[in-house]
Ligand binder design. Structure first.
Ligand SMILES: [Zn+2]
Length: 75
């Protein structure tokens, strides 16, 4: 079965001393805290089941990966 994969192809910036760091974002990962639902079941003080927003993804059900690349001399 095919698998969709997000990848980062690295190539050094033209002037490494001018831009020593870069940042890339990868979006659309299902939240591992709530399995992509955006909420958890919880009981309120009356014993009713209520949906509590996921604190990991803020209720969006999705996460993004922020990748920082720091360029340094290869010694
Ligand atoms: Zn979540």
């Amino acid at each position: 079965m095919s698998k969709k994969q997000q990848a980062l192809i690295l190539s050094a910036p033209l002037f490494g001393d001018v831009h020593p760091k870069e940042q890339q974002e990868f979006n659309g990962f299902p939240c591992s805290g709530c399995q992509g639902n955006g909420w958890h079941w919880k009981e309120n003080k009356y014993g009713d089941r209520i949906k509590e927003p996921c604190s990991v993804c803020g209720g969006t059900g999705k996460l993004k990966a922020v990748v920082t690349i720091e360029w340094k001399a290869d010694s």
